[in-house]
Design a protein around this ligand. Structure first.
Ligand SMILES: [Zn+2]
Length: 156
């Protein structure tokens, strides 16, 4: 039997604060830019921001509290409101992340080094299931080849 996954975008409350000019992980307001090209994923709805659309650019720390493994880095958000992604699988476009970085984190929010891999996007879901089969792994992060956080994946 295959493990059920839950994939979510970043919390709606945090997205709303950033859209309202609230501070990012560096204590600065998000910058507004026009999306160029096709590789502008919104981390709230987990869809690609349409070319020419407005995006917010800011630093995000996808961890509950600061600690040595709590990396912060640049991500995008639709400048307009959008619906938070919540699903049992990755959005289809993740298949085109080439390559992607995947890592499991322990219940202490530290990297589980043995889980880290660089993979073609089409292999990410199967890798999430393999990594989350280890009960010492609390959740998985998927990142782009630039190490930009994409989303968090947990057991359903
Ligand atoms: Zn969005």
């Amino acid at each position: 039997m295959s493990m059920e996954l839950i994939v979510r975008g970043i919390p709606t409350g945090h997205a709303a604060k950033l859209r309202g000019g609230g501070p990012d992980a560096n204590g600065q307001p998000a910058l507004v830019r026009i999306a160029e090209g096709k590789a502008n994923p919104c981390r709230h709805c987990l869809q690609l921001i349409e070319e020419g659309g407005e995006k917010l650019v800011f630093s995000y720390r996808p961890f509950p509290r600061p600690q040595p493994y709590a990396e912060a880095g640049p991500i995008f958000l639709h400048a307009r409101d959008c619906a938070r992604y919540e699903g049992d699988g990755l959005p289809a476009w993740f298949a085109y992340l080439s390559p992607a970085i995947i890592r499991g984190y322990g219940h202490d929010d530290w990297i589980r080094y043995e889980t880290a891999q660089v993979l073609p996007g089409a292999e990410l879901e199967a890798a999430c299931r393999r990594i989350l089969a280890n009960p010492e792994v609390a959740y998985v992060h998927i990142r782009s080849k630039f190490n930009c956080f994409q989303c968090r994946v947990e057991r359903a």
